[in-house]
Design a protein around this ligand. Structure first.
Ligand code: PA5
Length: 449
């Protein structure tokens, strides 16, 4: 099996080999502190050796539960937000037919996502769509009290029970939550739902290889054993004893920190496959929530090319030179299709006729890379042999480890997210949540000032 490859040649033009060599001892120390559990947030390091510790028995248990949902549901709604949602969606969308939910696929349930917004229209339209459908729910929340997810689950649980009765609902509702605490745990135990545990030592954004990601991915019909195998192989390929120059996570962490120190404050993750849109979203959360604190952190942005070359391309080519790009390039598409010939050739594109469409995409990618580098934008490239479970597993672990190293290099607590509470506090105060009386008064005084 090949590995995903990191190419830093076009970032190397902006950062000297001496600077990167100087990062080697710091990167080593940053990875060591993850291994030894001496870094800030060290009670959240359960993801570090997760891939190599997942057993065949556990995969079988997840697959068995997935099978129950697959056999009993036309639609499965995955309720969760942030780390309790993005990893599953990233993998499912990367592997699914782009029009999956419009196909009358009788083998696989339609997977929908909820609990990740407070849009009244979204929820009303979802509930409407589910009327007369055989649907199930995977309720994913570590805390069990996240407003967005709890709201969606209230609606979905009631609708499921009303439509099919409590006995069927018990079969098609599964909880993924804390072992002991929180509303989702209490409800699961009380109602007798099948449930899976989110380990205490794995934070949301590092949890895609726990049941948080694995269960929905299995329900969608994908091979979670291969996903875990890819992650486990990347865990070995990036182990502490792998030399710096051969460890892609260590190199990626070093380059992005060197670029940041040189004033490149924004990293743009680029894909050339629309199916990777949610991989971008997962990555944005992983890096944004991990590094953006204490007044520091690279701002993680993301674009889908070539689509966004027609919107953000101008800014990237000629805007403020504070950016660098990391491109995910998929070597081989899963289909083969040729650029068609046209008798009239009004668009003048017959010179492309007969070429693979992917060849055109690859030349767009290469042309963009050269243009952006010429325009002063350092580029790194992650080459993924093909979009399958195995390589996505590699990609996920590659990014997770690099994030752990990178956060330690930046000297932040990579694994907390205290800033996320600020909006919640204000929202609860504005909604007069019991216990928030003082905050309510303060916020109203601020609004009236
Ligand atoms: O990364 C994180 O910790 C967050 O994104 C959480 O996953 C998110 O807020 C959802 O939390 P919970 O699983 O408790 O509902």
């Amino acid at each position: 099996m090949k590995n995903i490859q990191l190419d830093i040649t076009k970032a190397g033009q902006f950062v000297s080999p001496e600077i990167i060599a100087a990062y080697e001892p710091q990167v080593k120390a940053a990875q060591e502190s993850l291994e030894q559990g001496t870094c800030p947030g060290n009670d959240f390091l359960g993801w570090l050796h997760l891939p190599t510790s997942i057993t065949k028995e556990f995969i079988a248990e997840l697959n068995a539960t997935a099978q129950v949902l697959r056999e009993n549901c036309e639609v499965v709604v995955v309720a969760g937000i942030g780390g309790s949602y993005l990893g599953a969606r990233a993998v499912i969308e990367a592997l699914s037919n782009s029009f999956q939910w419009l196909l009358n696929d009788t083998k696989n349930p339609v997977i929908l996502f909820a609990g990740n917004n407070i849009g009244e229209d979204y929820l009303a339209e979802l509930c409407d769509y589910l009327k007369n459908k055989k649907f199930g729910v995977i309720n994913i929340s570590k805390s069990g009290t996240t407003t967005e997810t709890a709201l969606a689950f209230r609606l979905l649980k009631k609708q499921c029970e009303d439509q099919f009765g409590k006995d069927v609902a018990r079969k098609v509702i599964v909880a993924v939550t804390d072992a002991k605490k929180g509303a989702a745990r209490t409800t699961a135990d009380k109602e007798g739902y099948k449930s899976f545990i989110i380990p205490d030592n794995v934070g949301g954004r590092f949890s895609v290889l726990t049941p948080v990601g694995l269960l929905p991915i299995a329900v969608a019909g994908f091979n979670i054993e291969q996903l875990v195998a890819g992650a486990a192989d990347m865990e070995k390929a990036t182990a502490l004893d792998v030399p710096f120059a051969e460890n892609p996570s260590a190199l990626y962490a070093a380059y992005r920190n060197a670029l940041y120190a040189d004033g490149k404050k924004i990293e743009i993750l680029v894909n050339y496959q629309p199916k990777l849109h949610y991989m971008n979203e997962w990555w944005k959360q992983l890096y944004g929530e991990s590094e953006g604190k204490d007044g520091k952190g690279i701002f993680p942005a993301a674009v889908d090319f070539t689509t966004d070359l027609h919107s953000m391309g101008q800014w990237i080519q000629e805007g403020e030179r504070t950016i660098f790009e990391t491109v995910i390039s998929v070597e081989n598409p899963n289909h083969k299709m040729l650029f068609p010939s046209d008798e009239e050739n009004l668009d003048g594109l017959n010179f492309l006729a007969g070429k693979r469409i992917d060849e055109v995409n690859k030349m767009a990618e290469l042309g963009t890379l050269l243009a952006h580098v010429d325009g002063g934008v350092p580029n790194m490239r992650i080459s993924v042999p093909e979009l399958n479970e195995y390589y996505l597993g590699q990609l996920i672990y590659f990014f997770e480890l690099a994030c752990g190293i990178s956060g330690n290099l930046l000297n932040v607590n990579t694994f907390n997210q205290p800033g996320v509470e600020a909006y919640k506090k204000n929202m609860f105060a504005l909604l007069n949540k019991p216990g928030y009386e003082k905050e309510s008064e303060e916020i109203r005084a601020k609004l009236n000032a």
